[in-house]
Ligand binder design. Structure first.
Ligand SMILES: NC(=O)c1ccc[n+]([C@@H]2O[C@H](COP(=O)([O-])OP(=O)(O)OC[C@H]3O[C@@H](n4cnc5c(N)ncnc54)[C@H](OP(=O)(O)O)[C@@H]3O)[C@@H](O)[C@H]2O)c1
Length: 290
């Protein structure tokens, strides 16, 4: 990762998403909102905004529909607001509730026909912060990874976010290996450092350096959101199970490819399936490739 970030070009304006339905979680602000706007400007027909506050979601819906370009190129766009609080499922935030959502969406996507140029896609917003994970420092792989990383006594504000993004990358890679259905693409991207309000809830000792970093080198939200549009709507089946940075397939953090990292990853996959199945029986009916 260099100091200067690669410029992300605008999505080709001839990209035509008409007929497509796109669900975006965390869509009322930041990268999610801006991606929603760009997708509508590319003529996406139906947008579902998954938000934890219906009021903020409705406000976002009205702002999207009021955009002059959306009104001009996509006047019939339909936007629905659905309540979705990913913390409701009370565990490893940033990871487990999104894993459950992904697993429950898979059967729907499998039965959605691909178009000649696009397969049904689930895109996770991961991060290059996975590189700051602390997994290699564990004396051994814990008997229960999820219990270990949900334990408030072992919580570290410095490493929980990088660890959760490492989990995301490992889970998406495992889905790429175990999902038998080639009709569905699941990928994971890093938007780079982007000028959003993402740091506002951090403890002050982290907020100061993070804000400084953001002030000096962040992509604008518009530029950052192009990476979400690329991974979800432009990139193809070659990104299945992969991590994308700067709109290119990239390597996971080094730990993921060590012998221990691979064991960790496989255990995390099994535990995640088991945990999600304990929350929702439908997960038990999913079929996997060994
Ligand atoms: N910005 C960056 O530099 C950067 C870099 C790498 C990765 N990312 C990743 O990009 C994603 C979006 O980040 P952002 O920068 O756009 O952040 P943001 O501006 O803080 O927006 C976060 C969005 O997620 C929603 N959200 C938060 N907790 C939620 C929950 N429990 N359930 C449902 N929705 C929830 C927020 O809704 P409310 O308005 O209700 O809070 C908001 O819409 C995150 O996964 C982040 O880790 C960001």
């Amino acid at each position: 990762m260099g100091w200067y970030q690669t410029a992300i070009p605008p999505t080709a304006p001839q990209t035509d998403l008409s007929g497509q339905t796109i669900v975006i979680t965390g869509a009322n602000t930041g990268l999610g909102f801006e991606a929603a706007l760009q997708l509508l400007r590319l003529r996406a027909s139906n947008l579902v905004l998954g938000v934890r506050s219906i009021r903020r979601g409705e406000d976002a819906r009205l702002r999207l529909l009021a955009d002059a370009e959306v009104r001009s190129v996509n006047p019939a766009a339909v936007i629905k607001v659905l309540q979705l609080d990913l913390i409701d499922y009370d565990s490893v935030v940033n990871y487990l509730s999104n894993a459950l959502l992904t697993l429950l969406l898979l059967p729907h996507l499998s039965s959605t026909p691909a178009t000649p140029i696009h397969k049904p896609t689930i895109t996770w917003v991961g991060s290059m912060a996975q590189g700051f994970n602390s997994l290699a420092k564990l004396p051994e792989i814990p008997p229960s990874i999820l219990a270990r990383f949900s334990d408030p006594r072992k919580y570290s504000a410095l490493t929980q976010y990088p660890n959760s993004k490492m989990f995301v990358a490992m889970f998406v890679r495992a889905l790429g290996q175990h999902l038998p259905d080639s009709n569905v693409v699941v990928n994971n991207l890093c938007p780079g450092t982007v000028d959003t309000a993402a740091d506002d809830k951090l403890p002050f000792y982290l907020r100061i350096p993070m804000n400084l970093n953001r002030r000096l080198r962040a992509r604008t939200v518009e530029e950052g959101a192009r990476t979400l549009v690329f991974a979800s709507s432009v990139a193809g089946g070659e990104t299945h199970g992969k991590y994308i940075a700067n709109n290119e397939i990239s390597q996971l953090a080094a730990y993921a490819d060590t012998a221990n990292g691979r064991l960790f990853s496989e255990q995390l996959w099994r535990e995640t399936l088991q945990e999600c199945a304990s929350v929702d029986n439908r997960v038990k009916t999913l079929k996997w490739r060994d």
